[in-house]
Design a protein around this ligand. Structure first.
Ligand code: PLP
Length: 421
């Protein structure tokens, strides 16, 4: 459930008409709902209330400082995958002891940042990384809590670009080799082994892959304890999917996901960490856009909007679907028109939806791309020299700009021309 609904014939975010935001700030613009963020974070907390836990928001899904602050103030931990994300979490007021550092290619400079600033746990993804971290921590006189990310060779049943738990993906250490790697970790200075980490992919719509992966993690944790390791934490990753289509079967709820966790690893008495991103912020955001032209082509019509693949990359990158709805509520029984919804960028991939059945729209009409809060603004670029899309946070009857749209001057001022040209 989200807080984007029609009221008095016009689409609102909570109590704010989205047309008001578009009028004040222009389009395209991302709009997030604070109430939806709070609700979704609360659902994960409830799902794990049977045990010690920390819900670590996956910062890569939406790293705006205001979003991080809102969740951090509710007690969220943060899952970061770069030095920049670590600094964002800290800047949003999240203490190091609630930040987990994931990612396959952490550099020494990034790990140094985290050790200096304080870190709850580093999730190690390879033996070379483990040795590098050991050397760094030792040179800094630190002892870093670590979990080792294992690759359980489970097919998450999701898009190949966001599946991470199969043996042919670059992530984690093959689970069959895990005991040897833990043995080496235990002997390395500067590291303190605290747990096991796993993350099998994103936009999972079925709980069975989780059940399979977590059962393997439970077996491994038992074996590691028998080997003498103090396994007190399990980081079970993120990935729970969201409904991108209103008319589709909804993916499982956080509560059902929590039950699978309890059934598979609950008896180990470990503190549980999870790293949801999309499920917290995906349906808490929309991208507003305005129709520039309705263009009649040969056999198909194009609705050209002022948002493009540089603002919302998911359709071009994953063939992803976002429901597109008009800001003015369609009258019951109003006619539909079949259109391809496209952006202005000079790429055929700049297509949001082919053959969309939309109410009849024309130049100047406003639309919202739903479910755009996760992997939306964070993947935006200035391709075609389109200024970076701004972001707005709504709470109740008010809203604030949480990232302004750069002016053309600001955009140009970032380049410099060498004096020898
Ligand atoms: C991307 C990622 C997540 C978050 O995935 P969602 O599908 O957004 O929940 C969590 N953990 C790790 C290690 C990731 O790479």
């Amino acid at each position: 459930m989200d807080h984007f609904n029609y009221r008095d014939g016009t689409l609102h975010a909570e109590e704010v008409p989205l047309s008001r935001i578009a009028a004040e700030l222009g389009t395209p613009v991302y709009v997030y709902s604070a109430a939806t963020l709070r609700r979704h974070f609360g659902l994960f907390r409830e799902a794990l209330d049977w045990t010690d836990h920390l819900v670590c928001f996956a910062v890569k899904s939406n790293s705006n400082l205001a979003v991080l602050k809102l969740l951090g103030d509710m007690g969220a931990g943060m899952d970061v995958v770069s030095g920049g994300e670590y600094l964002r979490a800290r800047a949003a007021g999240v203490p190091g002891e609630r930040i987990v550092f994931s990612g396959v290619g952490k550099t020494l400079a990034e790990m140094r940042l985290a050790i200096e600033g304080g870190i709850r746990q580093v999730n190690i993804e390879s033996e070379p990384e483990m040795r590098a971290l050991s050397g760094l921590a030792t040179s800094m006189g630190a002892e870093v809590p670590v979990a080792i990310r294992v690759n359980p060779d489970v097919d998450a049943g999701t898009h190949e670009k966001i599946a991470t738990g199969r043996s042919d993906n670059k992530f984690g250490i093959p689970i069959a080799r895990a005991r040897d790697v833990y043995a080496e970790a235990a002997g390395l200075p500067g590291l303190r082994v605290v747990g096991v980490d796993v993350h099998i992919g994103s936009q999972l719509t079925d709980l069975d892959p989780y059940r399979a992966a977590y059962a393997k993690v439970a077996d491994l944790a038992r074996a590691l304890r028998a080997d003498g390791h103090a396994i007190s934490r399990l980081d079970l990753g993120g990935g729970l999917g969201i409904p991108y289509r209103r008319d589709n079967n909804a993916p499982p709820l956080p509560l059902e996901y929590g039950r699978v966790i309890r059934e598979t690893v609950g008896d180990l008495g470990c503190e549980i960490e999870i790293e949801p991103g999309r499920n917290i912020v995906g349906n808490a955001g929309v991208l507003l856009a305005q129709v520039i032209y309705l263009k009649e082509g040969a056999g198909r019509d194009f609705l050209i909007v002022d948002a493009a693949m540089n603002d919302l990359l998911r359709p071009a990158m994953y063939g992803a679907h976002h429901d597109i709805v008009p800001l003015v509520e369609p009258r019951p029984g109003a006619g539909l028109r079949r259109v391809d919804v496209v952006g202005p960028i000079c790429e055929s991939g700049d297509t949001f939806q082919k053959g969309a059945e939309l109410p009849v729209l024309g130049a100047g009409d406003l639309v919202a791309f739903r479910s755009a809060g996760a992997y939306g603004a964070v993947m935006a670029s200035e391709y075609n020299s389109r200024p970076l899309v701004p972001e707005v946070l709504v709470s109740g009857d008010h809203f604030a700009v949480i990232r302004p749209r750069p002016t053309f001057e600001e955009m140009l001022a970032r380049d410099s021309i060498p004096e020898w040209l």
